[in-house]
Design a binder for this molecule. Structure first.
Ligand code: BYC
Length: 327
């Protein structure tokens, strides 16, 4: 028996065992012990991710009634429905951590919980739907593929299907822009204008630079994040710089230049004032987006009440049936 108070080399604290599992790439599952701060970080990130999917339906939803053909309309409708599905998987993944969906939605509606900055920009032309698919879903794929290897099982598993669908979304966006780029001069100008407006907000989507990222270091240690914001942003810039050549269009960055020594594209300064302004609620559409979500929640109250009443009635009938069988 140890009397000295020294720690035995074979005794590990719960934190140490937890980190050892993570270091060995063993998934953390809902019933496993986890530090409270790990749980909170996941609830924050998965909740915000779910909100982004749901709010992200709004800018594109704006074009469902005005899509230029039946085929385009059907494709856009399916895409927007996919985003709703992503939101639902993600709310379910967050619920495994002990938070209720109503609580998460309350936090979204009160402005306490964030959602991605990108969805606070307006969709003013059909080409914006192409730009969102290509740039925004393209950024989402780069960010989310590593989350398929996130240390928390339910989040990682939810991300597998999400990524498959996002890759279809990106291709549909690119195809819209390619069609416009090969169309009339007006259509080509419309595609270029959409890229000009969506490019920088998409670059910002990856979050603040590593020096200003509050959560990155801890989230990397816990393998919630596998790459830093700046690493993913660089991958995005490199990918888009090549793909835009296929469109025969340009991105609005005069400093974009291949750097042979780094093996990456150099790019111009990011307007962080704009990013933080949007994150703080002062972007072009923040109020409109939040109002739309609150209205949808309030308008849907009767559906929730009816579903609850139905469930109660069913449960009461089941009790009655059991009593009758027992009698
Ligand atoms: N917008 O320490 P950091 C989609 C906040 S869905 C707003 O680096 P973290 C799609 C951050 O929350 C796209 N806020 O944070 C859907 C933190 O504030 P709090 C959404 C942002 O978490 C429909 C503070 O800044 N994707 O693609 O380590 C249609 C400091 O940041 C943003 C996800 O949610 C932003 N862009 O890293 C089409 C992916 N960036 O919380 C497409 C999952 C940062 O302390 N999430 N902030 O108040 C992540 O990978 C990470 O949460 C982030 C941020 C990389 C976004």
């Amino acid at each position: 028996m140890q009397q000295t108070g020294e720690k035995s080399p074979n005794v590990f604290s719960l934190e140490e065992q937890f980190q050892a599992k993570i270091d060995n790439d063993v998934r953390i599952e809902p019933k496993d012990w986890m530090p409270e701060s790990y749980r909170k970080t996941l609830i924050r990130q998965i909740g915000q991710h779910a909100h982004s999917e749901i709010v992200g339906m709004l800018p594109e939803g704006n074009w469902i009634t005005r899509a230029p053909s039946l085929k385009r309309k059907a494709i856009l409708l399916a895409k927007v429905q996919d985003e709703a599905g992503h939101g639902l998987y993600l709310y379910s993944a967050a619920e495994t951590l002990g938070v209720g969906r109503d609580t998460m939605l309350e936090e979204l509606h009160s402005g306490k919980a964030k959602y991605s900055s990108i969805f606070n920009y307006p969709t003013i032309s059909w080409a914006d739907i192409g730009a969102i698919g290509w740039l925004v879903d393209g950024a989402a794929i780069l960010n989310q593929i590593p989350i398929c290897r996130c240390s928390y099982g339910p989040y990682a598993r939810a991300m597998v299907r999400v990524c498959k669908e996002e890759s279809f979304h990106q291709r549909q966006g690119f195809e819209i822009l390619l069609t416009l780029a090969n169309g009339s001069p007006e259509q080509r100008a419309m595609a270029q204008d959409a890229i000009n407006r969506w490019y920088w907000p998409a670059v910002m989507m990856f979050g603040p630079s590593d020096a200003d990222s509050t959560h990155s270091a801890q989230s990397m240690q816990w393998k919630i994040k596998r790459f830093t914001n700046d690493e993913l942003r660089q991958r995005f810039v490199d990918m888009i710089a090549e793909q835009v050549k296929v469109l025969g269009l340009t991105v609005p960055d005069p400093d974009l230049k291949w750097n042979e020594a780094r093996g990456h594209y150099d790019f111009g300064p990011i307007n962080w004032d704009e990013f933080w302004n949007v994150v703080k609620g002062n972007g072009p559409c923040n109020k409109q987006r939040l109002n739309a979500r609150v209205k949808a929640w309030e308008d849907g109250a009767w559906v929730r009440e009816a579903a609850l009443a139905h469930a109660e009635k069913k449960a009461a009938r089941a009790v009655q049936d059991r009593e009758m069988q027992a009698a």
